[in-house]
Design a protein around this ligand. Structure first.
Ligand code: NAP
Ligand code: MG
Length: 492
């Protein structure tokens, strides 16, 4: 029987639009004002300073948040010291673990609330906050809860003690997840903490404060001081802080290192990156293209370990770039609370200006720019996903961290050349390798000066796996057994 071909009476649609699928924001109840979380209570700042945090997608004002001054930071350190001396450091490790397990479960219970709030305050797609940030934050607490009463197995034949009060300063790109990376190992090791969230994204840290109350964590074990860089600087300078853990820009990291030089305050720094994602001609190219996209456009490229330099083997250059451009056309940019959104808002006006300036430098220096056709919303801060080709290694877009959805494409011929180009940066946080050959993966991993090397994948995280940098990407490791060490003192 002949197959009768169906002839549509109307021409086929050339564009398929998705219906809006917004996550309900009613799950979040915002206070008008949030004080500092000190000694288990929300308190008004002695500084009497308040600032508004906004949604970068709409510029809508969300809430007023206290800005801590020096006296407020001191108050938080005093509360943390007192909690350390009067109970927390002497608590049986298995009891400590119970609090961490409780916090982990509460993060899971309140996951939707946390995810919506994270996307509102920071602009990241709900798909990412819901499926990556919040589950990983819970996983970190579960993981370190497990270590709390097993430190003698984590470090056999070494007697360890907590350091005391840890001052922790985090950036705005993964607000809740960076909080978890910092607070979970610190508490598991028996320390108390004072945490300074980033200025533009304080709200999930304040919801976390409420989770600490719900978990009946003893007052003062976790203190949250919101504010700007001044609060961070005051925490770094405070003489009664035993350890500073900082995640942020290399510039501020260097300033902190200078400030602490000659003191006995412990320090770990997780700083910037300019990772190479290296694609060999024998790789599964469609998967690699997905990995390239995930490597640089995940979280609008606001990722310290983003694969922001694509190194493609010359023989497959044209094919790879064509596939990549085609894939970019399908990325959906817009409302972070929409479940179909791939690319959300840029975190702040300041960051948008930085990205815009660096992209302009790329054009001025002679690189060729590609952006898919996409309509940017009128309000808020947005940047279209961008690919630069014809990039020389000396261009600023190949050297400096853009921290936005901007990829620079370079080429190589041999594995040796790939290594040389990949390592030609002041940073050393991460790298990716795409090839079918296991031996080549090992050969490359041995030579790449990067804290993490992903093979045939990118931007994968697990609490059991240590993360951290070389060179100007900082020092110290977070995650895994290694992540406990910076929070412990070992007896000789
Ligand atoms: P940033 O300016 O260094 O800020 C990071 C944190 O430090 C914020 O809480 C900030 O407060 C605070 N701060 C600012 N000045 C300070 C000072 N003088 N003393 C103490 N604290 C101070 O970095 P950013 O531009 O917000 O964040 C992006 C950078 O973070 C990128 O370079 C990225 O690579 C890096 N990062 C690294 C990792 C990693 O694990 N390696 C992870 C995420 C991000 P304010 O928010 O009020 O300015
Ligand atoms: Mg905000």
């Amino acid at each position: 029987m002949a197959v009768e071909k169906h002839k549509p009476s109307t021409p086929a649609l050339t564009e398929w639009e998705y219906a809006p699928a917004p996550e309900a924001r009613e799950i979040v109840t915002l206070e008008k004002r949030y004080g500092l979380f000190v000694g288990g209570k929300f308190v008004a700042p002695k500084s009497k300073e308040w600032q508004t945090t906004i949604s970068p997608a709409t510029e809508e004002k969300l809430a007023e948040v206290a800005y801590a001054g020096e006296a407020d930071v001191t108050g938080a350190v005093v509360a943390a010291r007192s909690a350390f001396e009067n109970g927390w450091s002497g608590l049986a490790p298995a009891e400590r673990a119970k609090y961490l397990f409780r916090i982990a479960r509460l993060i899971q219970e309140r996951a939707r609330e946390l995810a919506v709030l994270e996307s509102l305050d920071g602009g990241k797609p709900i798909r990412e906050s819901r499926d990556v940030d919040v589950p990983l934050a819970a996983a970190h607490f579960f993981y370190y809860a497990g270590w709390a009463d097993k430190l003698e197995y984590a470090f056999p034949n070494r007697r360890s003690r907590p350091l005391g009060v840890a001052g922790q300063i985090i950036p705005w790109n993964f607000p809740l997840l960076m909080l978890a990376w910092k607070i979970a190992p610190a508490l598991a090791a028996g320390n108390t903490v004072v945490l300074k969230p980033a200025e533009t994204t304080p709200l999930t840290a304040l919801l976390f404060a409420d989770i600490c109350r719900q978990a009946e964590l003893p007052p003062g074990v976790v203190n949250i001081v919101t504010g700007d860089g001044r609060a961070g600087a005051a925490l770094v300078k405070h003489p009664d802080v035993d350890k500073i853990a900082f995640t942020g820009s290399t510039g501020v990291g260097k300033a902190i290192q200078r400030e602490l030089a000659g003191t006995d305050t412990r320090l770990t720094l997780e700083l910037g990156g300019k990772a190479a994602n290296i694609v060999f001609d024998d790789c599964a190219l469609d998967q690699a293209v997905e990995g390239i996209v995930n490597g640089i456009y995940f979280n609008q490229g606001h990722v310290c370990c983003a694969g922001s330099r694509l190194l493609v083997q010359e023989s497959i250059y044209e094919q790879t770039v064509a596939k990549l451009k085609r894939r970019l056309e399908t990325l959906r940019l817009g409302d972070p609370l929409d479940k179909n959104t791939d690319i959300g808002a840029i975190n702040s006006k300041l960051q948008l200006d930085r990205i815009t300036e660096l992209v302009q430098s790329g054009k001025d220096e002679g690189a060729e720019i590609f952006q898919p056709a996409c309509r940017l919303p009128e309000k808020g801060y947005w940047f279209a996903p961008t690919v630069f080709t014809n990039v020389a290694q000396s261009y600023r877009i190949a050297q400096e961290e853009i921290f936005g959805p901007v990829l620079s494409v370079l080429t190589f011929r041999t594995p040796e050349e790939a290594i040389e180009k990949a390592n030609n940066t002041a940073y050393g946080l991460s790298a990716g390798v795409w090839t079918e050959k296991g031996s080549r993966i090992l050969w490359m991993a041995e030579r790449l000066r990067a804290g993490v090397v992903w093979a045939n994948t990118f931007n994968r995280f697990d609490p059991a796996s240590p993360f951290g940098g070389y060179k100007e990407s900082g020092f110290g490791r977070e995650g895994g057994r290694h992540g406990l060490e910076p929070y412990l003192r070992f007896d000789a």
